[in-house]
Design a binder for this molecule. Structure first.
Ligand SMILES: Cc1ncc(COP(=O)(O)O)c(C=O)c1O
Length: 479
């Protein structure tokens, strides 16, 4: 016994603190998942009762904190950085307004988004207009109002040229460029290819045009990019193209736009947390990009633009839901032992694991488009001493694919329990649909804990208002 040495937590834990040991062994400390009883100090149950569920909740505090941290990360390294908010990631007026008040410009990809930005008071010169197709009218408005059109392809180029010729004068434009970074997936659907020389041809084409000036080289290399070094390669690639353009045309491109793609602290299916293990801090991305730019002599340094979505908004968004049904396979088995074997065999065959409870929530993939890729976390609103058990989270749509999480560890929940899904602030609202259900209300929690409805729950008239009944169907059948 004298030889016995008590076990100690060693560097085997890497950079994790000893407290994180519980996260590695979910059974070590009872239920270790987060209980989320309040968001920014506002009680979840009170929100659910006051506004109904499902309910999207956005934290202004988180939005501003993310925006400011990103600004500091880049501005402290590279003063001439300009920031644009990606409307498609979350186009709610109140959300866009928060970014506007933080000094962000608007990045949009359609006339609808353009009009939205203008109605919110963004000046044309504060708008970047992306996308593979922009119609003639949208292009004309954008050029007239000084927005930065980033040209995507030769047909887009032809429409921009035609409109610029019609308007006369000189208009600043950008081109989107694609290339492989070898540090993540290659997005080749958008823009002019770099390796093929197409991007250089597009650039020299613009340089020769009497009504266009090439202002920006743009790349948006992907989304949820986990390797900051991909941005170093992207920066080098655009700088290399800029040198080639300068050599060929003797004009220098003023601005590099490195797009968005910075990850939020969500996890993809199959990743085991915590998020810090997978998601680098924004400073590492800022360092990768700006260290390349800062290598240049001061006079040659371009303006840096970023058009960010997910990183800024995902963690600010929550979806409060209610457990509306519990499909408890174990309980069913206990009450019907004869069914036990049949059910177990079926579940084992289909899923490769023993039966587990399915919690049916009042929100499904109609509201959670990103659940297909991301392991959205689910937190009960009340404390419980119960041990975590594997469970499945499904929505209430009449579709077999309406599964939010195939397996989560949750303490046993009761009917009516609130379960908050997070992070869900990026892309889910814009891509949500009125399939089977109308869409729920959205509230914003202000910095003082005030709750504001920023989109009311939809009503039948919102859906049917745009519909029209042909007269022959509207008439009485016996007329
Ligand atoms: C051209 C462009 N810019 C910016 C963004 C924003 O990307 P993210 O949300 O990954 O920051 C997107 C999103 O797909 C995009 O297509």
């Amino acid at each position: 016994m004298d030889d016995y040495k008590s076990p100690r937590i060693s560097e085997e834990l890497g950079s994790l603190s000893a407290g994180n040991a519980a996260e590695r062994n979910p059974l070590s400390g009872g239920y270790v998942g987060t209980v989320l009883s309040a968001i920014d100090g506002v009680d979840v149950e009170t929100l659910a009762r006051g506004y109904g569920t499902p309910l999207f909740v956005f934290s202004e505090r988180t939005i501003r904190a993310q925006a400011r941290a990103m600004r500091t990360a880049f501005k402290s390294r590279y003063e001439t950085t300009q920031f644009f908010w990606s409307f498609k990631t979350n186009g709610l007026n109140a959300v866009c307004q928060v970014f506007k008040s933080e000094g962000w410009g608007a990045e949009i990809v359609s006339k609808y988004e353009y009009d939205k930005a203008r109605a919110l008071g963004f000046d044309g010169r504060e708008i970047i207009f992306n996308g593979p197709y922009k119609d003639d009218q949208a292009i004309e408005t954008a050029l007239r109002e000084g927005a930065m059109i980033q040209i995507d392809n030769w047909d887009d180029m032809a429409r921009v040229e035609r409109t610029a010729e019609g308007l006369g004068g000189r208009h600043k434009v950008g081109i989107r460029v694609w290339f492989a970074t070898s540090r993540g997936p290659t997005w080749s659907k958008f823009g002019f290819g770099l390796a093929s020389g197409e991007a250089l041809r597009a650039a020299t084409h613009i340089a020769r045009h009497p009504n266009l000036t090439l202002h920006t080289l743009h790349a948006h290399i992907g989304t949820y990019m986990l390797d900051p070094e991909a941005y170093r390669v992207a920066t080098q690639s655009l700088l290399g193209l800029r040198d080639q353009i300068e050599a060929d045309t003797s004009g220098r491109v003023a601005c590099l736009n490195l797009g968005g793609g910075f990850p939020s602290r969500s996890l993809l299916h199959g990743m085991t947390g915590p998020a810090d293990l997978h998601v680098p801090p924004i400073d590492r991305y800022a360092e990768a990009i700006t260290s390349e730019l800062n290598r240049l002599p001061k006079a040659r340094r371009p303006i840096l633009r970023l058009e960010t979505g997910r990183h800024l908004i995902d963690e600010a968004g929550y979806l409060v839901t209610t457990v509306v049904s519990i499909k408890d396979a174990q309980a069913a088995l206990m009450s019907d032992p004869s069914g036990l074997t049949a059910l177990r065999i079926k579940e084992l065959t289909l899923h490769g694991h023993p039966p587990k409870a399915s919690y049916v929530l009042d929100a499904g993939i109609n509201l959670l488009y990103t659940a297909a890729w991301f392991a959205i976390s689910a937190s009960p609103a009340r404390n419980t001493d119960a041990m975590p058990e594997p469970a499945r989270l499904v929505g209430d749509l009449c579709m077999e694919i309406d599964v939010i999480r195939e397996e989560v560890q949750l303490p046993r929940l009761n009917l009516g329990d609130r379960l908050t899904l997070w992070p869900v602030g990026a892309y889910n609202l814009g891509q949500s649909m009125q399939f089977i259900h109308l869409r729920p209300a959205v509230v914003l929690l202000d910095l003082q804990g005030g709750v504001h409805v920023i989109r009311r729950q939809e009503e039948l008239a919102d859906m049917t208002g745009a519909e029209q009944m042909p007269a022959y169907l509207a008439g009485r059948g016996d007329d």
